[in-house]
Write a protein that binds this ligand. Structure first.
Ligand code: PLP
Length: 408
């Protein structure tokens, strides 16, 4: 079965032209907006006029260029609306703070990006009294059992960082629906591959910083959901996007909106390269994890839920046993072979690699890392599509031999 392919919705969007007939929209580099009729001002403040009617108030509220990127993000995710934020964390924190009040609870996956984990595990309880119960998200019964009458939402990544487990979104949506709570899904690892909202999620968030940007040059995020929810985020009294102010700059929005049209080509290229490399690593007997490999625990579920045009994504892990070996391998790959860069993040056109336990998951306690399956020698590799496959494979094989992971 092939899941939804957002490419037609993206192509169907009404194109916004530039002020002088440019094929691209003009950048609305204004922090404030005039009204012709003074009566419009109270309408804007009372929510009776807004961007849907072409009325803008102030740049921390809505901006037309950022709003235009939001329309593209909504088409990408199949939601009614979307709006962008200055970062993925800005988007995630705004959504959670919008859905929860002091004393409420969250049920979250125990395998999520370290920043999201720290926000839920440390920041929220200290600052707001919002508590989180962390569970193995692949165990839907455990998720259901963790829900109490204080729970307001389930938070998960569609594909977990860094363990690459797939959340069973339709089943989680059923649990959320039954308990009248929201399912919030971070789809950073799998834009286009998975459409969480179509599979039942109420809100989808993104770190645009990763695949959607594709060039590791900007920090950006997005929130996709209903028109009403985006409105709530911008509420002048209680909206976290409006009041905490993780505002996306319009020049950043304009740049990103020009990258969405070639996102499908880039995701396909990442996925093809990842499948080829991981298949070869597996043949060598190495401990590789990639949802595209038939022995991945969620391979079948992935086949059911994803859009097969885009494969299985651009991230895989390689467990080399211990941190010392992982460091030696990454050092050789970067400094001798020029295979990629020893850097956090993902979705770049070149390869990025990091040892998750000591970097992007280091916010987690040793026990929590162990129960989430993040071992000290686990390398997360976001595979790039530069160079040729054979060139990159030779570099990788040479480094594996050099570090003794493969016989010389
Ligand atoms: N979600 C995931 C899955 C991530 O990997 C990251 C960052 O690494 C974030 C969210 C946070 O995004 P940002 O760095 O854009 O704030």
């Amino acid at each position: 079965m092939s899941g939804r392919n957002p490419i037609e919705d993206l192509a169907h969007l009404r194109h916004e032209f530039g002020e002088h007939g440019g094929v691209n929209m003009s950048v609305e580099a204004s922090s404030t907006f005039t009204v012709i009729d003074p009566e419009t001002m109270p309408d804007l403040f009372q929510g009776r006029a807004g961007p849907d009617k072409g009325c803008y108030l102030y740049g921390r509220h809505f901006n037309p260029t950022v709003f235009n990127l939001g329309r593209q993000m909504a088409a990408l995710e199949g939601t009614e609306a979307a709006y962008c934020a200055a970062s993925g964390m800005g988007a995630i924190s705004a959504v959670i703070m919008c859905l929860c009040n002091a004393g409420d609870e969250v049920v979250a996956s125990n395998a999520i990006y370290g920043g999201s984990y720290a926000f839920l595990h440390d920041f929220l309880p200290a600052k707001t009294g919002i508590q989180t119960r962390f569970v193995d998200i692949t165990d839907v019964d455990a998720v259901a059992a963790a829900i109490t009458d204080k729970t307001r939402l389930i938070f998960t990544e569609s594909v977990s960082n860094p363990t690459l487990r797939l959340a069973n979104l339709p089943k989680l949506a059923a649990v959320a629906g039954k308990n009248n709570i929201s399912l919030v899904v971070d789809n950073t690892f799998s834009p286009l591959l998975l459409s969480p909202a179509v599979l039942g999620a109420d809100v989808v968030v993104h770190s645009i910083t990763k695949f959607i940007s594709g060039a590791s040059d900007v920090i950006a995020g997005a929130i996709c959901g209903t028109e009403a929810f985006i409105g709530e985020l911008m509420d002048l009294h209680m909206g976290p996007l409006m009041l905490l102010g993780p505002t996306m700059d319009p020049t950043i929005a304009a740049g990103i909106s020009l990258r969405i049209p070639h996102l499908p080509l880039r995701i396909k290229a990442h996925s093809e390269r990842a499948l080829a490399i991981t298949s070869r690593l597996q043949e060598l007997g190495l401990k590789v994890c990639y949802p595209g490999l038939p022995d991945h625990p969620d391979h079948k579920l992935f086949e059911e839920l994803h859009c097969d045009e885009y494969g299985y994504g651009g991230v895989f892990t390689l467990d080399v046993g211990d941190a010392e070996t992982a460091n030696a391998l990454m050092s050789c790959l970067q400094n001798e072979q020029r295979f990629g860069y020893l850097a956090v993040s993902l979705g770049y056109f070149d390869t990025l690699m990091s040892c998750s336990g000591s970097s992007t998951s280091s916010e987690m306690s040793e026990e929590d890392k162990e129960s989430a399956g993040i071992s000290p020698g686990l390398l997360r590799i976001s595979i790039g599509y530069t160079g040729t496959l054979e060139q990159r494979w030779t570099q990788l094989l040479t480094a594996l031999r050099h570090t003794g992971l493969v016989p010389a």
